[in-house]
Design a protein around this ligand. Structure first.
Ligand SMILES: Nc1ncnc2c1ncn2[C@@H]1O[C@H](COP(=O)(O)OP(=O)(O)OP(=O)(O)O)[C@@H](O)[C@H]1O
Ligand SMILES: [Mg+2]
Length: 279
């Protein structure tokens, strides 16, 4: 099992879209067993995968990541994560081995309180290890765990990194989306040192690239030099087909869901590159 987080401090750079498309292709095309963990309180990846109605139902029954985090805050450490895993969750007929741990908008209320988790009987309570303590047994059932992170490096993201072997930085090749990349890498390195666990930067993936934009093309050339981190060869160009993949709907094939032609092919190329890098 390998766990990989998608991170960028900048919002709207296609972290969620890339997480979902990659996970769906790894399962639907390559037959891998994949668990998506939506750890972002915005809950976008969850509604992308299961739709708003299903999320509301799960949320009102307390079957989201919120249940795990609020239990941990009460000092509980026996949360059975299998109760919140949505099996075969994507609504895409062709995709049969893709599970989801859904997020909840209620996580917004809890993110500032996570720091005060009780230490517990053996002082093992640690605000960066809430996810780890819940997932350590179940995680080995999967080939890949892919985690969609919020656009910050707070405690929630640290919970994702704590269980991650590596991370990927999706970035639009413009000034604002690439600005924070050295800070992300530095901060993950520091965290990695603190917990004595390697968290590899697998690279930057260029998203929403506009060929007509000089700035995008120049920045892409800069990123290709690999100064901060290697750049994935696969490039996601701006494409309205990809943006409509965000809308949940029941379909038969992955092509239908991700977009015929370029979007589907790009996700597939990215997944192939991903599997070569994540070993
Ligand atoms: N290649 C693309 N072409 C056009 N639109 C895209 C592309 N990739 C993503 N989008 C759109 O860009 C928007 C932001 O994408 P997404 O939600 O995946 O970003 P994010 O980084 O997860 O955002 P946040 O920081 O809020 O979590 C969405 O509307 C999505 O549909
Ligand atoms: Mg997102």
């Amino acid at each position: 099992m390998k766990a990989i987080s998608f991170i960028n401090l900048k919002g709207g750079v296609a972290k969620t879209t890339t997480t979902f498309g990659l996970a769906a292709v790894l399962s639907g095309v390559f037959g891998k067993k994949v668990l998506v963990i939506d750890i972002d309180p915005q809950t976008n990846c969850t509604t992308m995968m299961i739709g708003d109605d299903k999320w509301k139902e799960l949320n009102s029954n307390g079957l989201t990541l919120y249940a795990l985090f609020s239990e941990a805050l009460k000092g509980g450490n026996n949360f059975d994560v299998s109760t919140i895993i949505q099996k075969n969750a994507s609504g895409i007929e062709e995709v049969k081995t893709l599970d989801l741990i859904p997020s909840s908008l209620d996580m917004i209320d809890i993110q500032d309180k996570i720091a005060s988790i009780p230490p517990g009987k053996f002082f093992a309570g640690n605000p960066t290890e809430i996810l780890k303590r819940a997932i350590w047994k179940t995680g080995s059932n999967y080939d890949y765990i892919i985690i969609d992170c919020p656009p910050n490096m707070g405690l929630i993201t640290l919970n994702a990194l704590r269980i991650s072997d590596g991370y990927i930085i999706p970035a639009i090749p413009d000034v604002l989306s690439t600005y924070g990349i050295p800070q992300i890498i530095k901060r993950v390195d520091q965290f990695s040192g603190e917990i004595a666990q390697n968290i590899e930067c697998l690279g930057i993936v260029a998203t929403k690239v506009r060929v007509q934009s000089n700035l995008h093309m120049r920045t892409l050339d800069e990123l290709k030099k690999g100064k901060d981190a290697p750049l994935f060869e696969t490039v996601f160009y701006e494409n309205s087909g990809i943006s409509s993949a965000a809308e949940y709907r029941k379909v038969n094939t992955l092509r239908q869901r991700l977009g015929y032609g370029e979007p589907y092919d790009t996700f597939k190329a990215f997944a192939s590159e991903f599997m070569l890098k994540v070993r």
